[in-house]
Design a protein around this ligand. Structure first.
Ligand SMILES: Nc1nc2c(ncn2[C@@H]2O[C@H](COP(=O)(O)OP(=O)(O)OP(=O)(O)O)[C@@H](O)[C@H]2O)c(=O)[nH]1
Ligand SMILES: [Mg+2]
Length: 418
């Protein structure tokens, strides 16, 4: 209700579509729910879908009953699209049309608080247009916040341009977004396989058996786990304003320049043991960087959704173990925030229990280092830069992005040493 949901490029659209499906909003309307944080006042899902090619959006529309209620935006001509594909003020440009659509959505809000942007870090549209949109939205609505839900590619073997795209996109997000949920496809793959295996212990899953759709379900579950309404912000009137994304940023981004957020979820059915759920949540968490420096978190948010959520206590040994595993820094006297909800949105009947964690975690340093190494090597050999130059991306843009990376890396390193 106070948020605009913006999905850009194939990855952004597929993940958001999975989220709407999880929340039972797939036909684009919000049913009988009077005030749903994901819908406008007219009862329609308030998502804007943008892509440079119609394929993904057409498929999504097909899945939705009656052709869907949200307005897709695709260009009249299929074209490669990135940050530098101007003209930006031409009425036909995707950027212009998206901003116009966003303006209409903002005007429909009771009180606009911000935009949640779904996109990938390495696709031309998701990374390029996504970054440009982030900058424009910040410019147009400086008081609104921006939360990016973004997916980093597998570390190896996808596309030679991915290092440049990550470099440019992340540096733009660092400048214009307030918080960044960063999902790594490698990490998501491992966690998805583990959760599928847990559900069916007699049939262990190989990583190769995990589909993109399974991975998107996991990502969408994580996003819903954090952003779906919780008891903590339910006003006595019962009407939900959907403040969760913005309260989350207040909790986990206490230092405005540190905005990279690691998100993970675990869930179970039937009887719930919080201790063992905390163990599976932290199971894949790397304790240290590739150079042996211990990772740490400046702050941590845990959302418990269960009909037994009242049993989980911030001072319990499970919570202390969670804080230790995430390496909470000593300079933050209250590093852990705990939110609860009396049921899990995927199962209002109460059989499902979930724990979702969002940590402002220094593991981003590894991605920054890896990307810097690869991109620097390519850049000094002048490799592939013509792809960017032909669209007006100058050497100074790359240099500024390198600088931003060095600064973020240094800030994350020093925050652990305060
Ligand atoms: N987890 C996940 N990753 C995806 C999905 N689709 C694409 N990706 C990843 O996103 C990156 C490619 O981005 P896309 O979203 O396909 O590209 P795009 O934004 O449509 O941009 P174009 O290059 O213009 O097509 C690769 O790293 C893929 O691994 C998806 O549905 N789920
Ligand atoms: Mg695409």
């Amino acid at each position: 209700m106070s948020t605009v949901w913006l999905q850009v490029g194939q990855c952004g659209n597929q993940i958001a579509q999975e989220l709407w499906q999880n929340l039972g909003l797939v036909n684009g309307t919000c049913g009988k729910i009077d005030r749903n944080p994901f819908c406008s006042r007219d009862g329609k899902l308030s998502a804007i879908c943008v892509d440079s090619e119609p394929k993904v959006i057409k498929k999504m529309q097909k899945q939705m009953k009656k052709g869907g209620q949200f307005t897709p935006l695709v260009p009249d001509l299929v074209q490669a699209y990135g940050y530098y594909n101007k003209p930006s003020n031409c009425e036909k440009s995707l950027l212009y049309r998206t901003m116009e659509r966003l303006r209409k959505e903002v005007e429909l809000r009771d009180c606009y608080s911000g935009t949640v942007l779904f996109h990938s870090l390495s696709g031309g549209t998701g990374a390029g247009l996504g970054s440009h949109l982030c900058e424009e939205i910040r410019d147009e609505y400086p008081l609104g916040q921006i939360l990016s839900v973004t997916v980093a590619p597998y570390q190896t073997g996808e596309c030679p341009l991915q290092h440049y795209n990550i470099l440019l996109c992340l540096s733009w997000l660092q400048s214009y977004a307030d918080g960044i949920f960063l999902f790594h496809n490698d990490d998501v793959l491992k966690r998805t396989a583990a959760s599928m295996e847990k559900k069916n212990i007699h049939e262990p899953r190989k990583l190769s058996q995990v589909s993109l759709s399974n991975m998107n379900t996991y990502i969408a579950d994580c996003v819903a786990g954090l952003l779906y309404p919780v008891n903590n912000f339910r006003p006595t009137s019962g009407l939900n304003m959907g403040v969760e994304p913005w309260e989350l940023l207040r909790s986990v981004c206490p230092v405005p320049t540190l905005k990279f957020l690691h998100v993970a979820q675990t869930s179970t059915r039937g009887q719930v043991f919080w201790d063992s759920m905390v163990s599976s949540l932290t199971h894949f968490l790397a304790p240290e960087s590739s150079t042996g420096d211990p990772f740490y978190s400046t702050s941590l948010l845990l959302v418990a959704r269960s009909n037994h959520c009242s049993l989980i206590r911030p001072q319990s040994s499970a919570m202390k173990r969670l804080q230790r595993a995430y390496g909470c820094v000593s300079w933050n006297p209250f590093p852990l925030s705990l939110w609860t909800a009396s049921y899990d949105m995927k199962d209002p009947a109460g059989q499902r229990h979930s724990l979702t964690v969002c940590a402002n975690h220094s593991s981003i340093i590894d991605l920054l280092k890896h990307t810097l190494e690869k991109a620097q090597k390519m850049y000094s050999a002048n490799a592939y830069t013509h792809w960017y130059r032909q669209y007006g991306c100058e050497g100074s843009d790359f240099e500024q992005a390198f600088d931003t990376f060095y600064t973020v890396e240094a800030e994350y390193r020093s925050a652990g040493e305060w």
